[in-house]
Design a binder for this molecule. Structure first.
Ligand SMILES: *Cc1c(COP(=O)(O)O)cnc(C)c1O
Length: 469
């Protein structure tokens, strides 16, 4: 990021714009310090930009509305694994977004948020028979991952007409992206039925012909690091397969295509790129038949809905120097950013510097390390990053961490899960100096984990369990 870039866009801009989001974030950090949510005794919090989440939900719906034939049923199911927080799922539900779930825990979270089964899709690769039975009892849509799972569904469905829409997940094997661990459409990916494998296509066509209750087809061709053109190819292949199956059975048996999620997020600046509108237009050009009204659609976006709306803010406990390199030792490290700490080349994070009062720190930029509190040398949020020099008592903010970061706590060193707060402008006007005064409202999404909870979750109820063996 060029020095000063973040701030130079921080004022003005239209409704729901990236610059508004930056301004809201700056004001939230300042208000968190002023209101005592952040301070010497509460050195780390996570923040969620509620107007930003609402704007992303609206942008997603508008993008697909713009390219689908009128009346086409479209369910946008948020991939719960991206931000598994009940108030977030409820907020999204209130803005027309359902839930894609992949474990009993995620099913429970979606239900606790009030997402109805009719707006929930179950996709995990390792569903037990009991999980499948529960989903079918509730009426949650299920995508079978493989032939063995389909056999389980056969037994559960029996001769009845299932209440749940059911489909099969395929892997179109169109190739991977820049992050191997997130590439789901490689030749050997563990997900779905590998479409190009010997005999697989014929098997799938027969599977549908034999089961009139299979009405959906699902593919999720990857995640961060996958080029849009590759995602579009995966969806084109899936559409072609649905057409082939429907031709073979002589009716529109497959009535809904689940095109997965995976829109990449720009972690390099505050710009939202690519946008949902760009992706929807690209798909409409690449696979026009998908949008002509013959198929209902399900999408499963995760990271792209939440990432840019989350910020972790951590106090600089100590500022030191080692080998000539300034090192800011903060309270945010591997426990909130496991991916970045263990795979920094794939998951670089931007860090913004705030002073002890929560105001954006002016430059000049200094190359420094931003370290976490965990006891291993690699616990760095950023290594050799140029930003205004962080000093003791300042705050370091890890940006774009609303998905797959602070909601994915890693319990190294028994570090506590930080509290998570949603924020929104209180509606008042900004002062003449451009800074809001007490103009931010916060709501607790999740309380910080207590020491008593850490002890309880670590076998604290049975301290002598091993002594008598
Ligand atoms: C993880 C996942 C998603 C969401 O992926 P994002 O990259 O967060 O958009 C969607 N569908 C399935 C099946 C997934 O496993």
């Amino acid at each position: 990021m060029p020095p000063g870039d973040r701030r130079s866009h921080a004022r003005g801009g239209g409704h729901g714009s990236d610059s508004d989001r930056v301004a809201r974030r700056d004001e939230a950090v300042r208000a968190a310090v002023e209101q005592g949510l952040l301070g010497p005794e509460s050195p780390i919090i996570a923040l969620l930009d509620v107007p930003g989440i609402r704007a992303s939900a609206a942008a997603l719906r508008a993008a697909f509305d713009a390219v689908t034939a009128p009346g086409t049923p479209v369910l946008h199911a948020f991939a719960v694994k991206a931000t598994p927080l009940v108030p977030v799922l409820r907020l999204l539900h209130e803005h027309g977004i359902g839930a894609e779930v992949a474990s009993p825990g995620e099913v429970a979270l979606a239900r606790a948020a009030g997402v109805p089964p009719s707006r929930t899709v179950l996709d995990s690769p390792a569903k037990t028979t009991a999980e499948l039975r529960e989903a079918l009892t509730l009426g949650i849509a299920v995508n079978a991952d493989n032939p063995q799972e389909l056999t389980r569904l056969d037994a559960l469905v029996g001769s009845t007409d299932p209440a749940s829409p059911l489909g099969i997940r395929v892997n179109p094997q169109v190739g991977g992206g820049s992050i191997e661990a997130l590439s789901t459409a490689t030749a050997t990916s563990k997900f779905g039925v590998a479409l190009r494998d010997e005999g697989a296509r014929d098997w799938i066509v027969r599977a549908y012909a034999d089961r009139p209750w299979l009405t959906r087809l699902h593919a999720h061709t990857g995640s961060q690091g996958i080029p849009l053109s590759l995602m579009a190819r995966g969806i084109a292949e899936t559409y072609a397969l649905a057409e082939e199956i429907n031709r073979h059975v002589g009716r529109r048996q497959i009535d809904t295509l689940d095109i997965g999620g995976g829109l990449p997020v720009n972690f390099g600046s505050d710009a939202t790129a690519p946008t949902y509108a760009q992706y929807a237009r690209l798909l409409a050009e690449a696979v026009p038949g998908l949008f002509d009204g013959r198929y209902g659609l399900v999408t499963e976006f995760g990271r792209s809905l939440l990432a840019k709306h989350g910020t972790v803010v951590a106090r600089v406990e100590y500022a030191k120097s080692a080998g000539g390199r300034p090192v800011a030792v903060t309270h945010a490290g591997v426990q909130i950013a496991a991916r970045t700490v263990y795979a920094p080349a794939s998951w670089p994070l931007r860090i913004a510097a705030y002073d002890a009062k929560g105001r954006p720190k002016p430059g000049p930029d200094v190359v420094q390390d931003v370290a976490g509190p965990a006891c291993f040398a690699g616990d760095l949020l950023a290594e050799g990053l140029a930003l205004p020099l962080l000093e003791q008592g300042d705050y370091a903010a890890a940006l774009d961490t609303g998905a797959y970061y602070f909601a994915h706590h890693y319990a190294y060193n028994s570090l506590a899960r930080p509290g998570i707060h949603g924020y929104a402008p209180a509606g008042g006007h900004r002062g003449a100096d451009g800074h809001g005064r007490a103009g931010v409202r916060f709501a607790v999404v999740r309380e910080p984990q207590t020491l008593a909870e850490i002890v309880a979750e670590s076998g604290g109820a049975q301290p002598s369990a091993l002594s008598g063996l």
